[in-house]
Design a protein around this ligand. Sequence first.
Ligand SMILES: *[C@@H]1O[C@H](CO)[C@@H](O)[C@H](O)[C@H]1NC(C)=O
Ligand SMILES: *[C@@H]1O[C@H](CO)[C@@H](O)[C@H](O)[C@H]1NC(C)=O
Ligand SMILES: *[C@@H]1O[C@H](CO)[C@@H](O)[C@H](O)[C@H]1NC(C)=O
Ligand SMILES: *[C@@H]1O[C@H](CO)[C@@H](O)[C@H](O)[C@H]1NC(C)=O
Ligand SMILES: *[C@@H]1O[C@H](CO)[C@@H](O)[C@H](O)[C@H]1NC(C)=O
Length: 478
Amino acid sequence: MFHRFCFCLGLWRLVGGLDYYYYQVLEGKSVTLSSDLTELKNDEQIHWWIGNKDTVIAEINVTANRFSVFDDVLDGRFRDRLKLDNKTGSLTITNTRSEDAGVYELQTNQISRAVILKVSDEMRVWAEQSVTLSSGVSELKNDDQIQWRFGNEDILIAEINKQTNRFSVFDDVLGGRFRDRLKLDKKTGSLTITDTTVEHAGVYKLQTNNEINTVKQTVRAFKEVSVTMGNSVTLSSGVTEMMDDDQIQWKFGEDWWFSSEYTLIAEVNITQIKFSVFDKVLFGRFSDRLKLDIKTGSLTITNTTVEYKGDYKLQTNYIDFTFRLIVCDEILVMEGDSVTLNSDLTKLNKYDQIEWRFGDEDTLIAEIYKQNNRFSVFDDVLDGRFRDRLKLDNKTGSLTITDTRTEHAGVYELRFDYVRKRSFILTVGSVHCCGPTEAVIRLVLSALVGMATVIIVLYDIRSRRAEQDQAHIHASQT
Ligand SMILES: *[C@@H]1O[C@H](CO)[C@@H](O)[C@H](O)[C@H]1NC(C)=O
Ligand SMILES: *[C@@H]1O[C@H](CO)[C@@H](O)[C@H](O)[C@H]1NC(C)=O
Ligand SMILES: *[C@@H]1O[C@H](CO)[C@@H](O)[C@H](O)[C@H]1NC(C)=O
Ligand SMILES: *[C@@H]1O[C@H](CO)[C@@H](O)[C@H](O)[C@H]1NC(C)=O
Ligand SMILES: *[C@@H]1O[C@H](CO)[C@@H](O)[C@H](O)[C@H]1NC(C)=O
């Protein structure tokens, strides 16, 4: 029973390609990386690697009846902590440490897949995604009783009584914030919350068979916010007016995926009537760039550059929420010219997978599978608007668009390494309407506004400006 009280498991899919499994585990607990096999075939061969196929840590060869873990690799970091299930090929890491975080790879006869493991003292969930809170048992016993509770007031949200075979969710509590969002697994007692929002961040407790020992599972919600380089972005506190005892803290963390280190950058303490920004931290990175709204506690970052991408954690009396800020490069190109969207990679690694996507629908326009040396452009998509115009640099993965037209304007996304990405906003100007001044458009994003809306706003402003400029030109010609 390695799974006792810990983690969540979810198959995550970035919009479009690149499937991978993502596990979170609380430091010190065990996690089982699943092979998804229910039994091994007679000729099954399984390999578990850490890193991009760097080091084998477990291997199964059924023909040779060999089941091996290599826990002496990497200076014995995994010593006595690896367990291989000889029925399914799943791999368990016990007593996890922060350095276990990273990318693992699984290869079986049928599949090859990346598994990302995050080890920390908290759980992270993307807004609008699902999270599964594990009961810690693989199968409920006949007399098991389980209760799931939420929040500071320990509100009962789900209950299982195996003896009477009763499975209940109470999704009308707390003003219905869980309505149609709770799913109980009848076999394991695990609880899934679907379509999470900021309201579902908080502490979940699991009580089993009246054990006094309750387990806290903290779910913090995430939201992606994007801003064009050079512009300002406001991260909303969600508070419309602060109350007497309100406290708000903003913290910044750079490596959003694996690290949990955050630095305090702004704070409001109404009790003390104190508003502070700490813009000298992190070598003055935020100097003169932070503004705290005295009424709402919302945080504005002005004149953004790529240095400001990362996680901004908001903690108030009621909310624990993280904004992940993406700073887009904005590129202006004249119609007919070529433009290169720079991957900023100096070389491609052996197992790199890279995707270029375009527009609101995230249409795949180019792809690299370095392992097979496959470089593909899909220039027949979107009615062929990219036909014979795409060039992929086989050294760096950068994408060049030749002979640009206005229909190539929009958002391009480079996705690599399963989780990282870069975004570009391409503006295609014509000699008439777009001078360099066109780039200076103030765009303040409300934190709860999604990317699609933002882009529409941007284009709306743009096209209106263009029309006005055109009109102006016409007027002055007459
Ligand atoms: C698995 O074992 C069989 C039988 O000993 C052997 O022929 C085969 O090469 C082994 N496979 C690997 C990948 O070692
Ligand atoms: C699998 O593991 C179990 C328990 O450790 C052991 O009893 C069994 O012999 C193993 N089977 C094989 C094929 O190694
Ligand atoms: C806010 O001020 C009160 C009163 O001085 C103090 O007790 C509390 O710890 C402060 N909160 C923070 C987050 O500094
Ligand atoms: C914005 O940042 C850039 C680069 O850091 C700097 O050169 C520029 O002067 C800044 N603009 C404003 C308005 O602060
Ligand atoms: C990259 O492209 C160049 C020019 O088309 C070609 O000569 C070279 O073989 C390619 N390299 C790889 C690794 O595909």
